[in-house]
Design a protein around this ligand. Structure first.
Ligand code: ADP
Ligand code: GN1
Ligand code: MG
Length: 364
C-alpha cells in the first residue's frame, strides 16, 4: 500500500490521501478508488502493460480523444467534466507515470455514478445503446488515421482464430484434451469468422473511430436518475467497425446472467434487451450507418461473442495469462457462457433480423 500511496502522490491531487481501496470489475487493469481529506475522489489505475505494450501511445490516444469529446460536449451545452473521462496529470504535467516498471494513471472519479454488471431494467440497456451510439456519432469527424493501434488486430476475428489454434497447438496448461467439445465448437464456426473482415477488404464496411470494448460496465450511469453519464475505458479506442461496438455490447448486455455464470440454463440472448439496445443505438447513430452496416447488425452479436469466447478459451488453454481470473477454470466458465450465447443467437437469428429491420423502418 505504501508504494501505491507513493505513486498517487505523483499526481496533482486535491488534498491529502485519506483512503485507497480496490475498485471495479475490469479484467485488464488494476483499479483503485482514492478519497482525499477534502472529499475529492479519483480512480488510480495500474495500466496492464503486458496487454498495452506502449503506455505512451495508449495515453496519447486517450488524451486526444477526450480533449476532442470535451469540446463536442461543451459545444452541445453538456458538462464536459462529468460526461467525458477526465485525465489528471502528474505534478510534472504528464498523462501517466512509471513507478517500479509499471505505468499508472489517475482519472477524475465521476461522482454518484454506478456501473451495471447485468441489466435488470431494459430501459437501462436502451440508454447504454444511446451512450455508445452517441460516442460513435461524436467521434464521426475525428481523424481516425492519427490514432495509434493500441492492440494490433484487436477485433480481427480470423486473426483471433489463428491465435486460438496456436494456443491449442502449444497447449501450455496441458488442459486442451479436457476441452475438446469447446474447441470443436469454435472450429465448426471457422468460416463465419471472416464475414466482416472480407467486407473491410472489399470496401463495403467502413472503418470508423470505435470504442472496441463496449461492455455494459464501461458506461457510467447516474446513481439517482439511472441515466448514462460517461463512456469510460477508452484504452481500445481505435479505427474499427461500428459492428464491433454494437456486437460487443449485445454480447455482454443481452445475457441476463453474469459473464462467468456456471449454470448455463440462465444464459441466453434476451430479445427484449436486444431490442432495447438496438433502439438506443440506432436513435443515436443509425443515420451515420451505411446499408451494409445496417444489414450486418443481426450478425454482430454472434461475431463478437464467438471471438470473445475463443479468446477466453485460448487463455484457459494458455494458462490464464491475459484475463484476470478469480477462481479455477474461470476463463473456461467465461468461454462456456459465450458459446451458449452464440448458440442461442444462431437459433434466434431470424428474430434478431426481424427486430433490426422493424427498428430501421421505425427510426431511420
Ligand atoms: P478495465 O480495463 O480493467 O476494465 P476500467 O477503466 O473499465 O478498467 O475500470 C474498471 C472499473 O472502474 C469500471 O468498470 C468502473 O466501475 C470503474 N471506473 C473506471 N473509471 C472510472 C471513473 N472515471 N469514475 C468512476 N468509476 C470508474
Ligand atoms: C476485457 O477491460 P475490460 O474488462 O473492460 C477485454 C475485452 C473483452 C472483455 C471481456 C483490452 O475488457 O476485449 O471483451 O474483457 N479488454 C481487453 O469481458 O482485452
Ligand atoms: Mg472496463
Amino acid at each position: 500500500m505504501k508504494s501505491i500511496i507513493k505513486t498517487a502522490k505523483q499526481f496533482a491531487i486535491n488534498g491529502s490521501i485519506a483512503s485507497i481501496e480496490p475498485y471495479g470489475n475490469g479484467h485488464i487493469n488494476t483499479t483503485f478508488l482514492i478519497t482525499t481529506d477534502t472529499d475529492s475522489q479519483y480512480i488510480l489505475q495500474k495500466i496492464n502493460t503486458s496487454v498495452f505494450k506502449d503506455p505512451y501511445q495508449l495515453m496519447d490516444n486517450i488524451v486526444r480523444v477526450t480533449t476532442y469529446l470535451k469540446n463536442q460536449v461543451a459545444s452541445r451545452g453538456g458538462d464536459p467534466d462529468r460526461e467525458v473521462l477526465g485525465i489528471v496529470p502528474t505534478v510534472e504535467g504528464d498523462s501517466y507515470t512509471v513507478q517500479d516498471n509499471s505505468a499508472w494513471r489517475l482519472l477524475t472519479f465521476v461522482k454518484d455514478s454506478i456501473t451495471f454488471q447485468v441489466i435488470d431494467d431494459p430501459k437501462n440497456f436502451y440508454y447504454a445503446g444511446k451512450a455508445f451510439g452517441n460516442f460513435t456519432s461524436q467521434l464521426d469527424q475525428f481523424p481516425a488515421d492519427t490514432l495509434f493501434e493500441t492492440i494490433k488486430n484487436f477485433h480481427n476475428t480470423p486473426s483471433r482464430y489463428k491465435d486460438f489454434e496456436a494456443a491449442v497447438e502449444r497447449n501450455a496448461s496441458g488442459k486442451a484434451a479436457d476441452v475438446c467439445d469447446e474447441i470443436e465448437f469454435v472450429r465448426q464456426r471457422k468460416d463465419f469468422c471472416s464475414l466482416f473482415t472480407d467486407k473491410i477488404k472489399d470496401g463495403s464496411l467502413p472503418l470508423r473511430v470505435t470504442h472496441n470494448d463496449t461492455k455494459l460496465n464501461n458506461v457510467l450511469f447516474d446513481k439517482h436518475t439511472k441515466l448514462p453519464v460517461a463512456v469510460i475505458d477508452l484504452d481500445t479506442v481505435m479505427p474499427g467497425l461500428s459492428l464491433y461496438d454494437f456486437g460487443d455490447a449485445i454480447r455482454f448486455g443481452t445475457n441476463p446472467a453474469d459473464e462467468d455464470e456456471k449454470d448455463l440454463s440462465k444464459v441466453f440472448c434476451d430479445l427484449e434487451l436486444f431490442e432495447a439496445f438496438t433502439r438506443g443505438y440506432l436513435e443515436a447513430c443509425g443515420n451515420l450507418l451505411c446499408p451494409e452496416e445496417l444489414e450486418m447488425l443481426p450478425y454482430a452479436g454472434k461475431m463478437l461473442t464467438l471471438e470473445c469466447g475463443m479468446r477466453f478459451l485460448a487463455d484457459h488453454i494458455a494458462g490464464d495469462v491475459y484475463f484476470k481470473i478469480h477462481r479455477e477454470n474461470h476463463n473456461l466458465d467465461r468461454a462456456r457462457t459465450q458459446f451458449k450465447m452464440v448458440k442461442d443467437m444462431e437459433e434466434k437469428h431470424d428474430q434478431l433480423t426481424e427486430i433490426v429491420q422493424r427498428l430501421i423502418k421505425e427510426i431511420l
